[in-house]
Write a protein that binds this ligand. Structure first.
Ligand code: ADP
Ligand code: MG
Length: 236
C-alpha cells in the first residue's frame, strides 16, 4: 500500500508586501499509516505551515504532496475541502468550538456538512463524545466546560467522521498539566486503535507520547528519528 503521506521538496513562500518569507525550504517526508509523529521546533520554524499543508488547508508554493496516493498540489479549493472532510480531523490549540452551541452540536458539525440525517449525526456525535469521556456532557455549551473538556469536544468533532489522519497543532498549548495528560492519553488511545496522528508541539514531555519525532528548524527538517514512545518511557 502507498504511504499515507508523501511530501517531496515542499517549499512555502509567503509574500508580505515586498518581503518574501520562506516558511518551508525543501521539506521531504514520508509518513506511514498508523504512525504517531510529533513535529517539534521553536516558534516560527514552520511547524504550522507544514501542518496546514499536510492537512490540505494550504498548498505548497513548490514541491509535491501526495495524501493517500492523491496529488494534492493541483486540486481546487472545493476538492481540498472534500478531502479534509473525508480524510482529516483537526485539533487546534484554541479549540475552535462554536460558542453557545452544545458539545453534541459541535461534534455533529462535520457530519452536517456531509449531509447525514440529523439522527445519524446525533448517534455518531454521541459515540464520539463518549469515546473522549464526555458522556453526560452532550448538552453543555463550551462556556460550561473546562479547557480540557472543550479540547475533548474538539477531538470528538475531529474523529466523528472516522478520518484516516488526525492533525493536532499544539493541542495542549492552552491546558494545565493534568488536562494535557488527559488529552495526550486520548490521542495515544486513538493511535493505538489505528489512527495516524501528527502532533505539533514545542514541549518535550508532550512529544514523548509519539513514536517518531521530526524537528523543524528554519523551514527545514533538522532531524527525524524513531523514539520509544511513552509506553516505554521512564515513569509511564
Ligand atoms: P511555527 O508554527 O513553527 O511557529 P509558522 O509555520 O507559523 O511557524 O511560521 C513560519 C514562518 O512563516 C514564520 O516566519 C512566520 O512569521 C511566517 N508565516 C506564517 N504564516 C504566514 C502568513 N500567512 N503570511 C506571512 N508569513 C507567514
Ligand atoms: Mg505554530
Amino acid at each position: 500500500m502507498n504511504p499515507l503521506i508523501v511530501g517531496e521538496d515542499i517549499w512555502k513562500v509567503y509574500r508580505v508586501g515586498d518581503v518574501e518569507v520562506q516558511a518551508l525550504r525543501g521539506v521531504s517526508v514520508t509518513i506511514e499509516r498508523g504512525e504517531f509523529v510529533a513535529i517539534m521546533g521553536s516558534s516560527g520554524s514552520g511547524k504550522s505551515t507544514l501542518m496546514n499543508i499536510l492537512g490540505c488547508l494550504d498548498q505548497p508554493t513548490k514541491g509535491r504532496y501526495r495524501l493517500n496516493g492523491v496529488e494534492v498540489g493541483q486540486l481546487r479549493p472545493d476538492q481540498l475541502a472534500e478531502i479534509r472532510n473525508q480524510q482529516i480531523g483537526f485539533v487546534f490549540q484554541s479549540f475552535n468550538l462554536i460558542p453557545r452551541t452544545s458539545a453534541l452540536e459541535n461534534a455533529q458539525l462535520p457530519l452536517f456538512y456531509r449531509g447525514l440525517s440529523l439522527k445519524e449525526q446525533r448517534t455518531l456525535a454521541s459515540a464520539a463524545l463518549q469515546r473522549v469521556g464526555l458522556k453526560g456532557r452532550e448538552h453543555h455549551s463550551p462556556t460550561q466546560l473546562s479547557g480540557g473538556q472543550q479540547q475533548r469536544v474538539a477531538i470528538a468533532r475531529a474523529l466523528v467522521t472516522a478520518p484516516s489522519l488526525l492533525l493536532a497543532d499544539e493541542p495542549t498549548g492552552n491546558l494545565d498539566t493534568e488536562s494535557s495528560q488527559d488529552i495526550m492519553g486520548i490521542l495515544e488511545g486513538l493511535n493505538r486503535d489505528g489512527m495516524t496522528v501528527i502532533l505539533v508541539t514545542h514541549e518535550v514531555d508532550i512529544a514523548a507520547y509519539a513514536s517518531r519525532e521530526i524537528v523543524v528548524k528554519d523551514g527545514q527538517i533538522l532531524s527525524d528519528r524513531a523514539t520509544k514512545g511513552r509506553s516505554h518511557a521512564v515513569g509511564a
